[in-house]
Design a protein around this ligand. Structure first.
Ligand SMILES: Nc1ncnc2c1ncn2[C@@H]1O[C@H](COP(=O)(O)OP(=O)(O)OP(=O)(O)O)[C@@H](O)[C@H]1O
Ligand SMILES: [Mg+2]
Length: 734
């Protein structure tokens, strides 16, 4: 077939030597003269005479061959359509492109048409029609092969026109672009999918961004609404980058004043010098978190006690971005905690000393009683008298100490009464002057209209003397002591800071000196028993303990204000008395030693030493005495001895019946029986919160001979029921 073609070309060249474009004749295959050897021989002879012509022919042949290979290799089919003759020529590949067998007889133009997709025909037609005006045309269209497979074909061609612009012929190439089209379609689909995904992602991002903005807004609102905490952020180097309202409130800076500044300015100079702020950041950066409590400074220079947490903030890759810092003002909480700790400590110490003092008290009762007894019964002799009175003096000093301890531990029975504090203070002026000496000037500032207070007058005097002595010791070179009274209201805020204080009205007594003052550490411990800064032998450290115990037991409050080198104020607050009882006049009761007239006294005491000594004392006073170690024995004795006039019983008794229960049973049998209790201990059945029940008579251990004489006489002589006239609100109330 290829060979036949070449022959055609020879013929054409011969016939049309000037032939311009290469154009195989459509009827070449049908030329009957093609195989004529005679004609060919003539031609070769002609050519051999012209070498250059032969060369040209060879070149042409080579070109022809190359063109053919290129077409096959590129899958390109060539065609030409002579419009003048309406004849159609093409290379075999075109047939392949349209799905025809290239070996079969060539189909005519009309045969091609049905292979082309109907939808693509108009496009093809208009491309060809418009070609020439717009240069070469290019069109893509689909064809269906006989096996129904669909193929994409690209057509590229040119139209040749005559001088008048009339189309003469169309020539061009067809090639298969099915694969490219499929690729394009896939690319397009991919593109579209990609676009859809991009759009989707963009939408998601927009939603997320909106949510983030909303969250951020809410978070900002939240952070700002917190006013109890300073919440702010620092950059990596510790400069403030955000600031909430809590920070504004606690530290005093507005956001505009502090953002951009280093956070170390919140620390004290001392902490800054020690590098505390940098250590804090370094710790947070290293471990993720730094926590501390300490003193911080506000904008106005004032300090507060802060609880601080610093957290490192890192991004997903672990890179440090900065720090979140939360600061809380815990000044108040710390003060309350300190107070509470102090109160608990005092309570514990009180329990301890109270127990010891109680035992001591009983021992001293025996010691002193026996010494007094010895003094009375021994024949007068200077040496023994001296020894006995020295022993008695020592014992009473021990008794005073024990008493102070009992007062501190709030176990000393108080006898509260309605008091004019002004009158009491005024009445002490002589005593004060004598106590303080000439070098100290005393001033009393007594408030007009001062409320009455409810307290034990003797103990209050004791407390004031203790304070005066401390003041004197603090002013060795002289100075001034001021005693001031005032109606005072301790409010809720104050009560919150002082755990054991009840808000309300108090009678205030403020004792101020211009002495050496106390350090904060000393002031914090001053109330502790045995805490003294004085030299050995100079102070017992029990003075302020006594003041403290007494005031607490009275339902009051005591506080020290002191500065080194400036002086000290000790403030006592006693509860205001709200009852109707008149304030009694001050005055000392006169005591005379009264004796018995043989009346029968039943002594009930479990401690045999105390019992023996009491029995001896009572009988010495002129009474007849029976004794019992417990309640049931006492009741038996009562039943068998109708003449018992007085039951003198210890409150704490063994055997399941305490002194009060014994008294109740005894009263039931003998309603007119007189009863006198004794106790060294305030916390028991007959003494409520350290105060006496109304109508109850008590003598507190250790008691002296004369005290006992007076008391027994008084109880025996009293008309039954006389005591119950006393206002229970005063003596029994809380
Ligand atoms: N007015 C004051 N000025 C300075 N320091 C005081 C004052 N009052 C008390 N102190 C300090 O408190 C400590 C305890 O006082 P407290 O009265 O309890 O015991 P004391 O005075 O040392 O001994 P005592 O009272 O038994 O003589 C004192 O040692 C002193 O350091
Ligand atoms: Mg003292």
């Amino acid at each position: 077939m290829a060979r036949a073609r070449t022959d055609d070309h020879y013929e054409q060249l011969r016939v049309q030597p000037s032939a311009a474009p290469y154009r195989p004749r459509q009827d070449a295959g049908d030329d009957p003269g093609k195989g004529n050897p005679q004609r060919r021989l003539t031609l070769v002879c002609e050519m051999s005479e012209n070498t250059s012509r032969r060369h040209t022919e060879q070149r042409l042949k080579a070109t022809e061959e190359r063109f053919r290979i290129a077409q096959i290799a590129g899958g390109i089919g060539w065609f030409e359509w002579d419009l003048m003759t309406d004849t159609w020529d093409w290379t075999p590949h075109v047939a392949l492109l349209f799905g025809f067998d290239p070996e079969t007889p060539r189909p005519q133009l009309a045969d091609w048409q049905p292979a082309i997709f109907l939808d693509d025909v108009p496009k093809l037609r208009s491309a060809v029609e418009q070609a020439g005006e717009k240069g070469p045309y290019y069109v893509e269209f689909r064809v269906t092969h006989p096996d129904t497979s669909v193929h994409w074909i690209a057509g590229k061609g040119e139209i040749t026109r005559d001088d008048a612009g009339c189309a003469l012929r169309v020539a061009g190439v067809y090639y298969d672009i099915t694969e490219r089209k499929a690729l394009e379609a896939r690319l397009l689909a991919l593109n579209e999918g990609l676009e859809a995904r991009v759009a989707d992602r963009a939408r998601q991002l927009a939603t997320t961004a909106a949510q983030l903005r909303e969250t951020e807004h809410r978070f900002q609102l939240l952070v700002d609404a917190v006013t109890d905490y300073a919440i702010f952020m620092l950059d990596k180097t510790g400069h403030v980058v955000s600031w909430n309202r809590g920070a504004e409130r606690i530290k005093g800076y507005l956001a505009g004043e502090i953002i951009g500044h280093h956070f170390s300015r919140f620390y004290t100079e001392k902490d800054r010098q020690k590098g505390v702020p940098l250590v804090a950041l370094a710790t947070a950066a290293r471990t993720g978190k730094y926590e501390a409590e300490g003193t911080r400074i506000r904008k106005d220079g004032s300090t507060f006690f802060a609880s601080v947490v610093i957290n490192a903030i890192r991004d997903a890759s672990g890179e440090l971005l900065g720090f979140a810092k939360i600061t809380r003002d815990i000044t108040e909480r710390k003060a309350v905690e300190d107070q509470l700790r102090q109160a608990q400590k005092m309570e514990a110490v009180g329990q301890l000393t109270g127990g010891v003092a109680h035992d001591f008290n009983n021992l001293l009762t025996v010691v002193m009683g026996n010494l007094e007894h010895l003094e009375r019964i021994l024949p007068p002799a200077q040496a023994t008298e001296r020894m006995i009175s020295a022993a008695l003096r020592a014992a009473s000093r021990a008794a005073i100490l024990t008493q102070r301890l009992l007062v501190f531990s709030r176990r000393s029975p108080l006898v509260p009464e309605v008091l004019s504090v002004n009158k009491l203070v005024a009445g002490m002026s002589d005593l004060m002057r004598r106590t303080l000496g000439e070098a100290i000037f005393i001033e009393t500032v007594l408030a007009g209209g001062l409320w009455p207070a409810l307290a034990d007058a003797n103990q209050l005097e004791n407390a004031l003397v203790n304070l005066a002595i401390n003041a004197r010791d603090a002013m060795p070179d002289g100075g001034k002591l001021t005693i001031e009274t005032a109606n005072t209201h301790l409010d809720e805020a104050y009560a919150r800071l002082h755990d054991e204080v009840q808000a309300g009205q108090y009678v205030g007594i403020f004792v101020t000196d211009t002495g050496i003052g106390m350090s904060a550490e000393t002031a914090a411990r001053a109330f502790e028993p045995f805490f003294t800064t004085k030299e050995i032998g100079q102070g017992t450290g029990l003075g302020l303990s006594q003041v403290y115990g007494f005031i607490k037991q009275s339902g009051g409050h005591v506080k020290i204000y002191s500065e080194i080198g400036e002086g000290t104020t000790v403030k006592l607050y006693l509860p205001r008395y709200r009852g109707s009882e008149d304030v009694p006049d001050e005055g000392m009761a006169t005591r005379d030693v009264s004796r018995g007239h043989g009346e029968l006294v039943l002594v009930v005491e479990d401690d045999p030493d105390v019992r023996d000594y009491t029995v001896e004392m009572v009988s010495e006073l002129g009474y007849s005495v029976l004794s019992a170690p417990d309640g049931s024995t006492a009741l038996r004795l009562l039943d068998s001895n109708r003449e018992v006039a007085l039951l003198f019983t210890d409150v704490g008794l063994p055997g399941g019946m305490n002194g009060r229960q014994l008294a109740e049973q005894a009263e039931r049998r003998r309603p007119r029986l007189k009863i006198l209790y004794t106790t060294g201990y305030a916390r028991n059945a007959i003494v409520h919160q350290g105060r006496l029940d109304p109508g109850v008579e008590v003598i507190f251990k250790p008691f002296s001979y004369s005290d006992l004489a007076t008391k027994i006489r008084q109880v025996l002589d009293e008309q039954t029921g006389a005591l119950s006239k006393r206002d229970p609100g005063v003596l029994g109330g809380g």
